[in-house]
Design a protein around this ligand. Sequence first.
Ligand SMILES: [Zn+2]
Ligand SMILES: [Zn+2]
Length: 131
Amino acid sequence: MTQVHGTCLCGAVTFTAALPTLWVAHCHCTLCQKNAGAAFVTWAGFSEADVAIGDDAGALRWYSATENAYRGFCENCGSTVFFKSARWPGELHITAVNFTEALDREPQAHVNWETHQPWLHLDDGLPHQPA
Ligand SMILES: [Zn+2]
Ligand SMILES: [Zn+2]
């Protein structure tokens, strides 16, 4: 079993996840955009049971923008690194760029493309899908 590791920007929140990922996708929803201050966020899906979170400083907070959906972020540096929702029971989504090691796959799709930023022009050949 291969494990991959990651941290928030300041390193207070850490995580270890066992591969394989369930999926990796770019999310263009408006909530991800505003939360990250970026055009899109690249998420890696894991089984929640395959992820161990380290939070010795007690810096991990959970913000709920919509019912039954939670974004886990570091209160010290502000990085959002986790997402979980009743819509995907048993899954924990982790921001792909916060991993130290390469994941087992590259992004497979653009989801919520209908709300992508109009000035964003991509030509990567990946499918555009609803969430
Ligand atoms: Zn941090
Ligand atoms: Zn999103």
